[in-house]
Design a protein around this ligand. Sequence first.
Ligand code: GLN
Length: 543
Amino acid sequence: MHSKFIFITGGVLSSLGKGITSASLALLLEGKGLKVALMKLDPYLNLDPGTMNPFQHGEVYVTDDGAEADLDLGHYYRFSNSPLSKASTTTSGQIYDEVLKKERHGDYLGATVQVIPHITDEIKRRILACATQEKDIDVTIVEIGGTVGDIESQPFLEAIRQFRHESPRNCLNIHLTYVPYIDHAGEVKTKPTQHSVQKLQQTGIFPDMILCRCKEPLGDDIKAKIGLFCSVPKKAVIEVVNVTNSIYEVPILLQEAGLDVTISELLGLSQKRSQLNDWQEMLTTLLEAKERVSIAIVGKYLTHKDAYKSVFESLSHAGIGNKAIVDIVCIDADKIVDKKDFYEKVAGCHGVLVPGGFGERGWIGKLIAVQYCREEKVPYFGICLGMQALSVEFAQNVLGFESANSTEIDPETRAPIISLLSEQRKVVNLGGTMRLGAYPCTLDTSSKTYAAYGKKEISERHRHRYEFNNEYQEICQKKGLKIIGTYTPFNLVEAIEIENHPWMVGVQFHPEFKSKPTSPHPLFKAFVEASIAFKREPKEALV
Ligand code: GLN
């Protein structure tokens, strides 16, 4: 086995930023010239987050090979070049499912099937599969979801304990905890960290490093105290201080705190200092940007800050690409009463984005947003459901099919401009059965979308059941809705544009899964550029 392994656990409380910390660590190691793979182990029993409500779980991130995964994989993608695939994500549900299938198949004939060794063996097998999914992976970073002490994560902790027992020189355990500042005492407290590490030690895992999420840098005395109580040297106590401007500052802060140096020493990796020039340059652009542009997102999960995580991040990347700050204005689609109400809500915005989504709630509000952008020539970007809304609004108000709709919203519509994919007609189970993952798309070279990508053949990721109904192609093209991107093997519509409009684009795929701060997605970049143009010269932008 070539790879070394870093296991990251969390303690005290959730939401400490384990995903961003893991992703930042990957960037630091890549900066030394190492090849890194990241993996997320999630303790819940769903096979994947695909059937969970975004209010429950936040965004579902999709990989090229069609895994529906935790949003932390999005952080991995944005910070690092780690391969991301089905091998990068596992839930307790998948582990049990696999073991139970083998049991039914008779693979364990004669044995009692148990958490140890059968469940833990399956977890270890998957960690190894991640580390060997590509050649020459130097370091595999495994993030364990949840918080130490949760009943659900016990088998994962036991598996990584065994893993280290079997390969002691190749493994490192990092524990991320919380060091709160207590106002009335006027000092930070280390007790929660001590307890969390004790809890971890009870499982047989002795962390090599303690990362402390905190508000302000910790003094040397505090680090020494944590080191003493948790049996690690002081230099292995690293603070992860809250960032003020951007999460993309985290890798730099961790480097300044000495994370990469200590890890390299402990794991016997190259002592070369991480080169983060591109990253630093991106950060400088981000922090020095002055021009501001406001983009409205019209969705229905906006109260959950992570439900559209990749869309938010992609807009900020597009800001970097345009040397501007993108201010996001959240408009709850469900609360849009009528056109007048939307005009008031969207006042001051220079572009509108309708992201992916499911179901009827908020649908009418999204159609109003589309109509506003089409009529007022405001830049519009429709992603997945946002493209479907664009098609339906056009059919209703330009083609004059008053009852036009998606059959997802109105199964009885007489003008089903969006209808179920033929491959979906036989589908019974709802989990993992959408059209998922990467498919190629061929672009029309006269389109704005082509101009953005600068190439004709693209590949993007999907997660949908409904599609543009080709019976409406001809009339749409005639009246100004252009089909400009197609999945040619099945003639599926992948991208559309409205003619005589500064920038009105809808895509059936999810470009937000493939944007990085250091290489903003071309479509997001073009959308923000069009919105800046609209802001500068709203009249000029009219075609
Ligand atoms: N609900 C729509 C479909 O299934 C759109 C899905 C999405 O936006 N991800 O086709």
